[in-house]
Design a protein around this ligand. Structure first.
Ligand SMILES: [Zn+2]
Length: 308
């Protein structure tokens, strides 16, 4: 019997990296997680990732399974398909680093490199809330707001791989200044950072989690913060829906654990603005894959688009 193919998806973060080994059907057969040690520079981190891959390969390969390709989800702005890191606040000193060339010195296998946010969107389409869809959008509400767009089953990269920065969609042209240089970006109203800021007049210095807990206790100021979060998410989702007519918009990330607190305001705000026909065909749902989405997506990209 011919050995079945395995795909490893590596999700590289500034603090830790984790790799998942999956079959072509998306069954997890192994996983590994280690500290990135980003400050030691890209060559050391590449070596650490390769060592972890070899260990995971040793644990999962057998007569019945053979590693076929490896995908990498990498934070920051990348030139694709070369995989050159242009800007990455989480990976200091990596600017200009050609990840593909460095990996190819160690790996004699097809490789796929993807932005980490896009990888998470692909993973969610493959094995999570977007399963079975071909027109799919995901927003990730973390410290910032990430996102990505899938059209006809493929992630939208744009001309150089910078596409899908949904968190910087303007939802209030006169709104709060954004780190990107614009103002009123979605990120300023729906990230964990923004939720804490919106709650500050009532609660002082708190975290998004504190605000969610206050809202769950029924405290009106906290409930109002989440009504605002939903309102602004709905403005953005109306634009995405009118632009792309997706089947599903999934919302993930730590701050989306409060999904039940903002979904009604989101739906109301979106329906006020998007075409009724577009609203009728889109589901807005909580993402399902959690922290595994990036690894799933990196493996999926390796399976479908890996190249030597
Ligand atoms: Zn912005």
């Amino acid at each position: 019997m011919e050995a079945a193919s395995l795909y490893i998806g590596m999700d590289l973060g500034g603090t830790t990296f984790k790799a998942l080994a999956l079959t072509a059907e998306g069954t997890i057969v192994g996983r590994i997680q280690q500290d990135t040690q980003a400050a030691r520079g890209p060559q050391v981190v590449v070596q650490r990732m390769i060592d972890a891959l070899r260990q995971l390969q040793g644990e999962t390969e057998a007569d019945t399974h053979r590693l076929a390709a490896v995908g990498f989800g990498v934070p920051g702005i990348l030139d694709l398909p070369e995989g050159i890191i242009r800007r990455s606040p989480n990976l200091p000193g990596w600017e200009g680093f050609n990840l593909r060339t460095a990996l190819k010195q160690h790996l004699n296998l097809p490789i796929a490199i993807e932005n980490d946010a896009n990888a998470a969107v692909v993973g969610e389409m493959w094995l999570g809330a977007g399963r079975g869809t071909r027109h799919f959008i995901m927003l990730t509400l973390g410290t910032g707001v990430g996102g990505g767009v899938i059209v006809e089953g493929k992630i939208v990269h744009g001309v150089r791989g910078y596409g899908g920065e949904l968190g910087h969609t303007v939802v209030d042209p006169n709104g709060h200044p954004c780190g990107c240089g614009s103002q009123g970006c979605l990120e300023q109203y729906a990230s964990g950072t923004a939720i804490a800021r919106l709650a500050e007049p009532h609660y002082g210095k708190v975290t998004a989690r504190d605000v969610a807990e206050a809202a769950q206790r029924g405290e009106p100021p906290a409930l109002e913060v989440y009504r605002q979060v939903g309102h602004y998410l709905g403005i953005a989702c109306a634009s995405f829906a009118n632009m792309l007519n997706p089947e599903c918009i999934a919302i993930g990330g730590g701050a989306a654990n409060a999904f039940p607190l903002f979904i009604d305001a989101l739906q109301a705000s979106m329906r006020q603005r998007a075409f009724a026909e577009v609203c009728a065909s889109v589901r807005v749902v909580h993402a399902q894959c959690g922290n595994d989405a990036g690894g799933f997506g990196a493996a999926y990209q390796a399976l479908h688009y890996g190249s030597v």
